[in-house]
Design a protein around this ligand. Sequence first.
Ligand SMILES: [Zn+2]
Length: 153
Amino acid sequence: MTKVQLKDCLDRLLQKSQALAQKGEIPVAAMLILEDGSVFLDGNAVEEKDDPFQHAEIRVLRQAMAKTHGRYLKGAVLLVSLEPCLLCMGAILKAGIKDLYYVLDDEELGALSHYHAFVDDVLRIHRIQDDRFLPIMKAFFSSIRNREKKPSL
Ligand SMILES: [Zn+2]
């Protein structure tokens, strides 16, 4: 991304953030740019939708996936005004985003710079050993691979 492109994106994120703040929404805006040049711009809608998972990142990912009819957005670039939270980071990783740009650190819930501190403070992680689950997973993916190999009628 060139400096001019980045500046343009940041300007649009800023405008969106301002509009969100005026609506009483936490002013987090996200812009997603697909490899084909499609652009999706949206923001938090937690208050509007009364849904704590309506984060800007999730919303633009969903919009792009709906448009492309795909589950993955490989090669896409995501820009966010605030460091993504754990929820969004999971979605970003799952979607196969290539580049993530963000402006502000989220010292409370940010997944990047404060992941460990966040997790350590509020969440205990337990790794459970149970050998019954792996075969189910392997069989599932094996059946999918076998299905894909068969020619469709
Ligand atoms: Zn989030």
